[in-house]
Ligand binder design. Structure first.
Ligand code: ADP
Ligand code: MG
Length: 632
């Protein structure tokens, strides 16, 4: 027996004791080795050193034996002679980052490292306590056997094999608490693993099934006993040519749709299918889908954004988030680059300059695709935006403005003056020359917003107002701050409302005349109202509230619904009264006769009603109700 090298032993020890849950990747690794070995034969053929006829069909074959608890992966690839078996299977493939980790010394909790780095051939020992490899190299008459229990070392001895190629026989470990290894010994299990990890390997992967089947008794036979015969069949498990590697012109939309449905488990046809051959130092095929509807979990924490990453048809990462930005998280798709190491870790993917460049190309392409949809197929875009637009808003807000320029032109809003949603560009282009800023109003429902006094006031002046009906809308617009150099402002902001000299004079006069009454009203609501003021904006309503600080009513509502009161400073409001309203006249009358109790009750009722009108909660419902009853 020959001993493994020290570093190989360390890794083997980790593999064997690994609690790494995805033990199933062993099959992907062995199939990938078989595929590499077949590539080398294909190379010999294309170099003219081997006749294609002589080479036979290049293929991989799987077999399993329940009684013996073995799984065999065979190929008619390049094979290994005694020297190669010793050299290539005696040492683990080099992975400098894994070696660096190992030299630092791994903690028990870090054995997951195995899964991240992949360990090639040795991953077989995750499921097997003995591996036997029988191989015969191309052009060699003799075959050799490599055998190891994956602990101390291995032995190489002469063996027998018909023709060129390699058989890797895994003797599965006994089932234990960590894993039911026997579950791999079934046709559906192997089929599933091949389909998940190796579906697009270029060579056919056959699964041999053997069994007994009943045979029809010969015609006229009087035998009652059923008769059985042994049979053996081969099925191809993988679909081989990846759809993304085919030229676009050779694939019909129906084929793309079927692939999308199967691969991403979505029964809705994709809204857009985008294929792209990324440019750069290496070849890279990209196939992207914009779904037509968000998946059920899309707006939940469970949703995982990412693209599938393959290396020559072998799956490396099921869902890699670094290939696609947060703002395009709804996009599903595949990136396949032939020269990636199967052992590439998430960190490795992140720091690969080629892949980050691919990610940039993907981003640019999606931007241009969506811009074209917005400009040329408005209806489609409006529907798309209805489904996924929120993600743009969240992205703008969450990145604190870093994505403003990239995403602002993809936003859409309903407005007070139009029936159709508009982009900020369209709103900006339609603004009258004297409009000082882009206006927005926030609240629950577009209908209620339109009816609000501030919106009415703006539209009467010919200014349209963006209606924010989702809480994130306001955060997004406040993060944008401006568009095309023009500030974006809440239509209720004080500086916006008092820009008219007549209005200002009216309000100032009413405030001066009723100063004492307003102070008494404010004093009745010390914790909630910072100031009481007259307003000229109201018509039918006697009163309204506006925010007295940086937290707008829309945001307050958001905090209230998020149950986030603990993190928010106590919010006070300005209570605004309509001096033209008959209730205001009554209030003045009560004040004049010195009925302070009635004034206090009015303060409670007017403030409570204004809160309700904004969709906010009344904190002290009991006092409010008492005040209402006493006035009835
Ligand atoms: P990697 O595939 O990254 O080189 P592995 O640990 O998977 O690392 O395999 C180690 C080496 O063993 C391969 O590079 C190859 O030379 C050899 N090898 C493994 N399996 C086969 C096979 N089925 N046919 C021929 N050579 C093989
Ligand atoms: Mg390998």
């Amino acid at each position: 027996m020959q001993e493994f090298r020290t570093e190989s032993k360390k890794i083997l020890d980790l593999v064997v004791n690994s609690i790494y849950s995805t033990k199933e990747v062993f099959l992907r690794e062995l199939i990938s080795n078989a595929s590499d070995a077949l590539d080398k034969v294909a190379l010999e053929i294309s170099a003219g050193r081997l006749e294609a006829d002589q080479a036979g069909e290049l293929a991989i074959e799987l077999d399993f034996d329940v009684a013996e608890r073995t799984i065999t992966v065979s190929d008619n690839g390049i094979g290994m002679d005694a020297e190669a078996l010793e050299r290539d299977l005696g040492t683990i493939a080099h992975s400098s980052s894994l070696e660096a980790k190992l030299s630092e010394g791994l903690q028990d909790s870090e054995v997951d490292i195995i899964g991240q780095f992949g360990v090639g051939f040795y991953s077989g020992f995750m499921v097997a306590d003995e591996i036997v490899v029988v191989s015969r190299a191309l052009g060699c008459d003799a075959a050799f056997e490599w055998r190891s229990d994956g602990v101390e070392g291995f032995s190489v001895s002469p063996s027998q094999r018909d023709g060129r190629g390699t058989d890797v026989v895994l003797h599965l470990r006994p089932d234990d608490a960590s894993c039911d290894y026997g579950k791999f010994l079934s046709r559906p299990a192997l089929e599933e693993l091949v389909r998940r990890y190796s579906n697009y390997v270029r060579y056919p992967i056959y699964l041999r099934t053997t069994g007994l089947r009943e045979v029809e008794p010969p015609e006229g036979s009087r035998l009652q006993e059923p008769r059985f015969e042994e049979y053996s069949q081969r099925h191809v498990l993988n679909s081989m040519v990846p759809i993304w590697a085919k030229p676009r012109a050779e694939v019909s939309q129906a084929e793309y749709d079927a692939f999308y449905a199967e691969e991403f488990q979505d029964s809705h046809r994709p809204l857009r299918t985008i294929s792209l051959r990324a440019r750069g130092s290496r070849k890279c095929d990209v196939l992207l889908f914009i779904p037509s509807e968000p998946s059920g979990d899309f707006y939940s924490r469970d949703y995982r954004r990412g693209l599938r990453l393959y290396s020559s048809g072998v799956l490396i990462d099921e869902c890699n988030p670094d290939l696609i930005g947060e703002h395009f998280g709804f996009v599903r798709g595949i990136v396949d680059s032939p020269d990636l190491s199967l052992n590439l870790s998430r960190e490795g993917i992140q720091s690969d300059p080629f892949l980050s460049d691919v990610a940039k190309q993907i981003d640019r392409r999606l931007c241009s695709e969506l811009a074209a949809m917005r400009d040329e197929e408005r209806d489609v875009y409006v529907e798309f935006y209805g489904n996924f637009g929120r993600i743009f808003k969240f992205a703008i807000y969450a990145t604190l403005g870093a994505l403003n320029e990239k995403l602002e032109d993809y936003l859409m809003f309903f407005t007070a003056l139009r029936d159709e949603p508009v982009t900020l560009r369209e709103y900006r282009d339609a603004m009258p020359a004297h409009q000082p800023c882009l206006f927005f109003a926030s609240g629950d429902e577009a209908g209620r917003l339109e009816a609000s006094p501030a919106v009415r006031y703006a539209t009467e002046k010919g200014f349209d107002v963006l209606l924010c009906s989702e809480s994130v809308d306001e955060f997004t617009l406040l993060t944008l701050r401006s568009y095309d150099g023009v500030p974006i402002k809440n239509v209720t902001a004080e500086d916006v409302r008092l820009d008219d000299a007549d209005e200002r004079a009216f309000v100032e006069a009413a405030n001066a005349e009723n100063g004492a009454l307003f102070s008494a009203l404010a004093a009745a609501l010390p914790e909630d109202v910072s100031m009481v003021s007259a307003t000229s904006l109201l018509e039918a309503e006697p009163a309204c509230i506006r925010s007295a600080g940086p937290v707008s009513l829309g945001m307050e509502k958001y905090f209230e619904s998020a149950g986030d009161e603990g993190g928010v400073p106590p919010i006070r409001h300005v209570l605004e009264l309509n001096p033209r309203h008959r209730i205001f006249e009554k209030l003045r009358g009560l004040w004049a006769v010195g009925d302070k109790d009635a004034v206090t009750r009015y303060a409670w009722v007017l403030y409570g009603q204004s809160l309700l009108a904004e969709g906010l909660k009344i904190k002290d419902v009991g006092t409010y109700a008492q005040a209402v009853y006493s006035l009835m």
